[in-house]
Design a protein. Structure first.
Length: 50
């Protein structure tokens, strides 16, 4: 009887995991829109120091 109960529990857990995987995909966390850490490109018109 205990093996049958174990098999039923394992089958239930497998069924739940398969059904959970078939749901809507999770939303990706929003990428930060704060560009404070990104520097603007240097002007190409500047001449290098001699």
């Amino acid at each position: 009887m205990s093996k049958k109960l174990l098999y039923m529990i394992l089958a239930g857990a497998l069924s739940v995991s398969v059904l959970a995987a078939c749901g809507d995909p999770a939303e990706d966390p929003a990428a930060p829109t704060d560009d404070s850490g990104v520097e603007a490109p240097a002007d190409e018109a500047e001449e290098p120091a001699s």
